[in-house]
Ligand binder design. Structure first.
Ligand SMILES: Nc1ncnc2c1ncn2[C@@H]1O[C@H](COP(=O)(O)OP(=O)(O)OP(=O)(O)O)[C@@H](O)[C@H]1O
Length: 354
């Protein structure tokens, strides 16, 4: 088992960062009237860990007896029937799914499937009617229609189900949904907190961490706890005993994007654009989220760019990121950004060096 899973705290009492949030969540459950919740914050900050620990607090150890199912639904949409396939993770009293996996058909998931799940109210051992917990991941990726349907579902079934929504950016979640939930911001942990977790894992694994080593791993992690733990494990595999100046390897995909940025800066031509497209495709099929590819690519390009171009390039990156959100095929928008960048950069080179 990877350390990120092995050392994921299972209960709210055991969390090492976001202790205050954990304490508040405990109080919320103790009051027996848990509202709908919206967890948001950057990737690797600990949202999922808090959600799973909260679920355990609400449902007890039964929350851990989960089964993964690949389920098919046939939805009657007036003149036609729509086939939908989705993976769910469920225990007796909760279901977890990512409705945005259904792409542009996400609203059918929200309209029909979530409604159906929400309606089935469990009855506890004392014969009292309980509520079902629905965990919805990546709600910021849901279309507007799906978010409107979700709002109606939240209102209609609030007595029989509690929704726990999780996303990276709350600004992409409609006001109507945000206002019906208790919003919980999960900040990226500080470097000191990350060091604490790394040292805890090191101790549990019986490792000798040279002084300053955990701090270097934390610094390279960009304040992502997941990334810091993964880096520590990679270092352990590459070389142990650790040395204080041991290199902390970047993630493979980041190195690959750095190569793409070098390719773009070396040559600006249709042929090079075509090659870059192939490389971006490779990243996408390896499940690197398109927003992250664009962000990292911008970061790499900015590192090597003249100050006077930076503003314009950032403007176009934001423009294509926005268009990517509206559209379906991310590759078009990343490629369009690369083409735009090439044209700006080439014009700059010609104007400067002739
Ligand atoms: N409170 C915590 N105390 C100790 N370790 C933690 C805590 N929260 C998270 N971790 C560690 O960090 C890893 C990443 O956390 P988690 O999966 O919860 O992040 P996330 O915010 O849901 O990320 P993403 O948005 O990318 O899914 C976990 O696997 C766990 O090992």
């Amino acid at each position: 088992m990877l350390w990120v899973d092995k050392y994921r705290p299972k209960t709210l009492d055991r969390v090492m960062v976001h202790e205050e949030i954990a304490l508040n969540l405990k109080k919320l459950v103790a009051e027996q009237d848990c509202p709908h919740l919206l967890f948001y914050g950057p990737s690797g900050s600990g949202k999922k860990t808090l959600i799973m620990a909260l679920l355990r607090q609400i449902l007890g150890p039964s929350a851990e007896k989960v089964k993964v199912e690949n389920r098919n639904w046939k939805i009657d949409a007036g003149s036609r029937t729509i086939d939908l396939e989705l993976t769910t993770l469920s225990s007796a009293n909760h279901v977890e799914l990512s409705p945005s996996d259904a792409g542009f058909q996400d609203r059918y998931i929200v309209q029909e499937i979530i409604k159906e799940m929400a309606k089935n109210r469990p009855i506890d051992t004392k014969g009292k009617k309980g509520y079902k917990v629905l965990i919805l991941n990546e709600v910021d990726k849901l279309s507007r229609e799906a978010q409107h349907s979700l709002r109606r579902t939240m209102e209609k079934y609030s007595a029989s189900c509690r929704l726990i929504l999780c996303c990276n950016s709350s600004s992409k979640v409609t006001e109507a949904i945000q206002s019906r939930c208790l919003n919980i911001r999960v900040n990226a942990p500080s470097e000191e907190e990350i060091i604490e977790v790394l040292e805890f894992i090191g101790k549990k694994e019986g490792l000798q961490l040279p002084s300053g080593f955990a701090a270097r791993v934390a610094e390279k992690s960009n304040r992502s706890l997941r990334r810091a733990i993964l880096s520590l494990e990679t270092c352990r595999v590459q070389q142990y005993p650790f040395t204080s100046n041991q290199a902390i390897p970047p993630m493979d995909w980041e190195e690959y994007i750095s190569e793409i940025a070098t390719d773009i800066l070396k040559e600006q031509s249709p042929k090079r654009l075509f090659q870059v497209r192939g490389k971006v495709y490779e990243l996408l099929i390896n499940c690197i989220p398109p927003q992250m590819i664009l962000k990292r690519l911008l970061h790499e390009l900015l590192k090597k760019l003249d100050a006077e171009l930076k503003h314009e390039v950032c403007h176009w990156a934001a423009y294509y990121e926005h268009r990517m959100r509206l559209g379906q095929k991310a590759i078009f928008h990343i490629e369009a950004f690369v083409a735009k960048f090439m044209s700006i950069y080439k014009a700059f080179l010609i104007a400067t060096f002739g």
